[in-house]
Design a binder for this molecule. Sequence first.
Ligand SMILES: Cc1cc2nc3c(=O)[nH]c(=O)nc-3n(C[C@H](O)[C@H](O)[C@H](O)COP(=O)(O)OP(=O)(O)OC[C@H]3O[C@@H](n4cnc5c(N)ncnc54)[C@H](O)[C@@H]3O)c2cc1C
Length: 423
Amino acid sequence: MAIESDVLVIGGGLAGATAAIEAARGGASVRLVAHKENTLRNASGLIDVLGYNGGDEPLVEPFEAIADLPDEHPYRKVGVEAVRESLALFDEIAGDLYEGGHTETNALSPTYGGRVKPTGRYPKSAAAGLASRTEDTLLVGFEIVTSFDAPLAAERLDSSVPFDVRGVTIRFPGEFRADARITRLATALDADELRDREQRLGTREALAARVAEYLGDAERVGFPALLGDDEHQAVREALETELGVPVFEVPMGPPSLPGMRLEDRLYEELDAEGVRVESGNPVVGYTADDGRITAVSVDRGRREVPYHAEQFVLATGGLVGKGIDSSREGVSEPVFDCHVPQPEERYEWFHDRVFDDQPYARFGVSVDDGLRPLDSSGEPEFSNLRAAGAVLGGYDMAREKSASGVSLSTGLVAGQRANEDLQ
Ligand SMILES: Cc1cc2nc3c(=O)[nH]c(=O)nc-3n(C[C@H](O)[C@H](O)[C@H](O)COP(=O)(O)OP(=O)(O)OC[C@H]3O[C@@H](n4cnc5c(N)ncnc54)[C@H](O)[C@@H]3O)c2cc1C
């Protein structure tokens, strides 16, 4: 049976999911094909809009700075109102999982390295840790979680914020292998496994009892982001009740519990909107006729299967997600072989000073205002293909702190334009 849909989205990250949800809400039948996991599982879970614009000073008002971005920046292609609209969509989908939608001003969230980072939306579980709240803080790390050095993070944070920060490293209650992943610790808190048979304490109570010894006059307590998975709200509330102060999670690197919680929420929404989601197989090629894509081929192991659609959205990620490939021969977009602007000389890809504005960080497909990828002469590659998220060029997500905002806003507009062209 032929596989057909109105809109076919390639890529299951923040950009692809947003495009698919928006297109489905517009009335289209939508299919989303994702090869592997997306980067949300590795990302901090913070939704950055625009944290910096060139200088070292964090931006307070990200929306006001969008007009100053270069013409080729994705935010300039979609326009500031689309960025706002995409965050409103995010707020609606994320619901009680996230905060920050009450203001257009950036929040300052502590990072696991002990810095503060400007961000547009933050998990509710991180809210009590914001630097705008000036309560004295205790950061708690665990011997078993070597990626978070609480005393060091506290020392760094203490030197840059107007409140006291202390850090302590303790043993996580219970017996765990030295290489236990933080997801294992999270599920122990979820299940509240009985760990202390004499005192009959569950994991949550046992953890609180250990932390209480170091609480002193701290007015809030931060943990690495592992306070439960399915039951994260209950875990945090239990710790707050036991300790008598607000408890927060410090966003972490991979694997990221806040990123996974957000991913679950997005995929629930895809399901609710009737999007057909397929994971595990890559799109490896396409057929086109008269400047329009007619189908893409999905590699299903034994054979390549054509997936037909009227409109296509390319949301395959950047260098990390393999939506953009780089080799000695150059930088390329592997699915449709869209043009990726790049300096001819390889030594012009980067500057010697690591923290300089690096050209390679902006590699990606360039698009018109309708997010259609452009060929080397500046014409749309295909009339029915749009690109969204990290596959786009013209912005430096790491330097600007704009990754999720770009994925949301370009995903939203790609979904909308695909729908409009169906009419
Ligand atoms: C370590 C790390 C930390 C981060 N921290 C932050 C942060 O603090 N704040 C923030 O805002 N953002 C952060 N991000 C970025 C953010 O999470 C996303 O990476 C970004 O929004 C890009 O999303 P995307 O949907 O464009 O791409 P991705 O999330 O990379 O998704 C791409 C999808 O396309 C699929 N795909 C690729 N090729 C094919 C193919 N041929 N066929 C089918 N499917 C394909 C992939 O399998 C994947 O599902 C971080 C990212 C990383 C890696």
